[in-house]
Design a protein around this ligand. Sequence first.
Ligand code: ZN
Length: 247
Amino acid sequence: MMDEKLQKLSDWIKESDNIVFFGGAGVSTESGIPDFRSVDGLYNQEYKYPPETIISHSFYHKNPKEFYRFYKNRMIFANAKPNDAHLALAKLEAMGKLRAVITQNIDGLHQMAGSREVLELHGSVHRNYCTHCGKFFDLTYVENCEDVPHCDDCGGIVKPDVVLYEEGLDQTILSKAIRYISKADILIIGGTSLVVYPAAGLIDYYRGNKLVLINKDSTSRDSQANLVINGNIGEVLGEIVLGREGK
Ligand code: ZN
């Protein structure tokens, strides 16, 4: 027997061909990628500044070496694999039910799972460009460079295509995300506490009556949702979409 709330979501999904998913860091934690903003004991011994300071535009320019030390240690997880949340969303898209995945994550796991329409609000660790000549570099290149990666053609610094603090979002991607959300039949939001910009703002563009929040903890927007499921996003979508055994 499926839980009543899961059954409701399952019924909604069956009837819809216009689902949009919006996800945050919690979607990737089940793949072993911690939220880089989380500061643990180990962190305090290793870094002198809070993550929000190190991952900022001005810090990157002032101290690229320390920026890259943090970035490589805390933000790149090259061996991570998609979990049931990524796989379920890719399956829903393949079934013609899901229109787009909008994500705040930069790990590329949705694409690895097979999703095609992925709007990466904060960019991707898989794209890196020389700041001087614009040459493209993949993640392996950045990982293999000691300290700060430099272009093998012109020697310029290579910067990840990741939106840093103090930097604006890509307006084209943002507009596209707003378009998908405003036209969505079902909007599923998962793995985000909805306090970080732009998550909090985007949700207000939804006009339907099937707003679903899936999160381990309660969020400030729970009262706005039509269905709140407290649980792991991978377990919830895994049970509904992939037919995994429920707990
Ligand atoms: Zn270059």
